[in-house]
Ligand binder design. Structure first.
Ligand SMILES: [Fe+2]
Length: 506
C-alpha cells in the first residue's frame, strides 16, 4: 500500500513520499482528535490510497488543461470553489499549455466542460472503490475513499456528500492533505491562515480546531529521519504480511491503475503478465521464476503514470524531450517498488522490460550478460503483446505479423531468441484456448464493452457492429447495470478484471 502511495505521488506530479507525509500528519491528527482504534486504521489506509482512482481522469485533464502532471500540483493547493483563487491559476496554465490555441476558446471550453468533469469525477470514485475492493478492503474504507474528493460545504466532487455525511477519517485526511500542500507552497503561518479561512468550507470544523490547537506538534510528525520507516512503524498492528492471493490481487489492482492512464493501455499489464508467465513455463523455467515473471509483468508499467497521457496518446513522432520522458517510465517503476526487499526484487525485474541484448535499451542500458532469463522473457512478452494492441499511431497488429517483427528483433540482436519463440508459442497456445465470457454479459454485450473500453463512441460502436446507435446505447446501459457501475471508466475496469478485452478465437 505504501508502494501504491508512491505510485499515486508520481501520477499526480507530486514530490515522492508526499502521500507518506500526509499519512503521518493524518495519524498525528487522528490522535489529537482521539479517534478510536478502528477509525485510525481507516485513516492510515485512506491516506495512502486516497487518490487511487486518479489515473482514470488523465485523458480528460489533458484535453482541458494540457499536461496533467503540470496542472495537478498547481491546482491541488487551491480552493477550487473560489474563483478568485482558481481563475488566475487556470488562466496562466491555459496560456502556457495551449500557446497557439487562442486563450479565450480554451477557457470557454474548460468552463463548458464542467459537466464532463463531474462525470469524470464520478468515474474516478467508482474506479477507486473497485480497486480498493480488489485489494481486499471492506465497504467502509471503500466509502471513505469515494467520499474523499467531497467537501464539508458540499461543493466537492461528485457532490453527493457534505458536512456530517463525511466520516471522521475522511475529515482528518482531507485536512492533513490540505495542510501538507499549503505547507509545501508556503510557510507555517500562511498554511495556518489558509486552513482557518477554509474552516467549515473545504474542511470540517472539528478537524481544523484540533489542528489549530497544536499545529507545531502535528506538523512535526513528518520531521523524522525516514518517512518510509515511520509509515511502516505506524501501520495498524493487526496486519501481517499479505497472503499470496491478496498480494496477487493487489498487484492486479496496481496493474489496472497503471493501464487506466490511457485507453490504448487497458488490459496491457495483465496481458503481459499472463503471456510472460506462459512463455516462462514453455521454457521449463522453475515455478518461482514463472511467478516472478507474472508479478513483474503486472507491475512493469506502473511508472507510466509518471509520464503525461499527452505523450502516451500522441499520434505523431515524439520530440526528443518527450522521448526522454518515455524512457523515465521504467525508472519510475523501479523507484515505486524500491522497498521492502520482496517488492524491490519484483521492481528490479519489472524495470528491465525495455532492456535490449545489444545494450540499446533503457533505462539502465544493461549489457546482455546482466539480463537474466526472466528479464529476457519479460522483454519479449511485453514487445509481442504491445504489438498486438492498438496504439495511437497504428492499429493492432495480427499475431502472425507481430511474431515476424519479434523475430526481426532477434535477428538484429536485440531480443533473446528462446524467450521470443516461447512468447510467440505461448501466444498461439493461448489463442487456441476458448476463454469463458462470463461476467453475466451476452456475447454481443462483450463486443460493445470491448469497443467502449478502447474509447469508441456510441456512434462508432454502432457503425462497427452494424446496429442502431440507440441499440448500442441500450447495450451499454445494460452493461452498466450488470456491472453495478454508472460510468464508462468503471465498466472498462470491470472488463479488465473479468478478462473480457481480448477476443476469444473460439
Ligand atoms: Fe513499458
Amino acid at each position: 500500500m505504501v508502494a501504491m502511495a508512491l505510485a499515486t505521488d508520481i501520477g499526480l506530479g507530486a514530490p515522492l513520499e508526499s502521500g507518506l507525509r500526509i499519512c503521518l500528519l493524518s495519524m498525528r491528527l487522528a490522535e489529537a482528535m482521539d479517534l478510536p482504534e478502528g477509525e485510525r486504521r481507516r485513516v492510515y489506509y485512506l491516506a495512502l490510497l486516497r487518490h487511487i482512482g486518479c489515473t482514470v481522469r488523465s485523458e480528460d485533464m489533458v484535453r482541458l488543461v494540457g499536461d496533467e502532471l503540470v496542472a495537478s500540483p498547481r491546482l491541488a493547493p487551491l480552493d477550487l470553489a473560489d474563483p478568485r483563487q482558481f481563475l488566475p491559476v487556470a488562466v496562466r496554465l491555459l496560456r502556457e499549455q495551449f500557446p497557439g490555441a487562442g486563450f479565450p476558446p480554451a477557457l470557454v471550453r474548460m468552463i463548458a466542460s464542467a459537466k464532463g468533469m463531474k462525470e469524470s469525477a464520478a468515474a474516478m470514485c467508482e474506479v477507486a472503490q473497485m480497486l480498493a475492493e480488489r485489494m481486499g478492503f471492506d465497504g467502509v474504507l471503500q466509502r471513505d475513499i469515494t467520499a474523499f474528493p467531497e467537501r464539508w460545504d458540499g461543493k466537492g466532487t461528485p457532490g453527493r456528500a457534505r458536512g456530517e455525511d463525511l466520516s471522521p477519517p475522511v475529515r482528518v485526511v482531507q485536512l492533513a492533505e490540505g495542510v501538507a500542500l499549503l505547507h509545501r507552497v508556503g510557510d507555517e503561518e500562511s498554511a495556518m491562515a489558509a486552513v482557518r479561512a477554509r474552516r467549515g468550507r473545504m474542511y470540517a470544523p472539528d478537524a481544523v480546531d484540533a489542528f489549530l490547537r497544536r499545529p507545531r506538534d502535528i506538523l512535526s510528525a513528518t520531521e523524522v529521519p525516514s518517512v518510509w520507516d515511520a509509515v511502516i512503524e505506524a501501520s495498524p498492528s493487526d496486519e501481517g504480511p499479505l497472503e499470496d492471493d491478496r498480494l496477487d490481487n493487489s498487484l492486479r489492482a496496481m496493474a489496472d491503475f497503471a493501464d487506466l492512464k490511457s485507453k490504448y493501455l487497458v488490459g496491457h499489464s495483465r496481458g503481459v503478465a499472463r503471456l510472460g508467465a506462459d512463455a516462462a513455463r514453455t521454457l521449463g523455467m522453475p515455478e518461482d521464476d514463472v511467478a516472478a515473471v507474472y508479478r513483474a509483468g503486472l507491475v512493469h508499467d506502473l511508472g507510466r503514470v509518471g509520464v503525461s497521457t499527452s505523450v502516451w496518446a500522441k499520434t505523431g513522432p515524439l520530440s526528443l524531450d518527450e522521448w526522454e520522458r518515455v524512457r523515465m517510465h521504467s525508472y519510475y517503476t523501479d523507484r515505486i517498488l524500491s522497498r521492502p526487499e520482496a517488492l524491490r526484487r519484483m521492481g528490479a525485474l519489472a524495470s528491465t522490460h525495455h532492456e535490449r541484448l545489444d545494450a540499446s535499451g533503457y533505462f539502465r542500458s544493461l549489457p546482455a550478460h546482466q539480463q537474466p532469463a526472466t528479464s529476457r522473457v519479460l522483454a519479449a512478452a511485453d514487445t509481442f503483446h504491445a504489438m498486438t494492441e492498438p496504439r495511437p499511431h497504428r492499429p493492432a497488429m495480427a499475431p502472425e505479423l507481430a511474431a515476424g517483427e519479434l523475430r526481426r528483433d532477434v535477428e538484429a540482436g536485440r531480443l533473446d531468441s528462446d524467450a521470443s519463440e516461447a512468447a510467440v508459442e505461448a501466444a498461439g497456445q493461448r489463442g487456441r484456448r476458448t476463454r469463458p465470457q462470463g461476467a453475466g454479459l451476452t456475447a454481443r454485450e462483450v463486443e460493445v464493452l470491448r469497443l467502449a473500453a478502447r474509447g469508441a463512441s456510441i456512434r462508432e460502436i454502432a457503425r462497427t457492429l452494424v446496429i442502431a446507435p440507440k441499440t448500442a446505447d441500450a447495450h451499454l446501459q445494460h452493461i452498466y447495470s450488470k456491472a453495478g457501475v454508472s460510468t464508462r471508466a468503471a465498466a472498462t475496469l470491470f472488463a479488465m478484471q473479468h478478462d473480457l478485452l481480448e477476443p476469444s478465437p473460439g
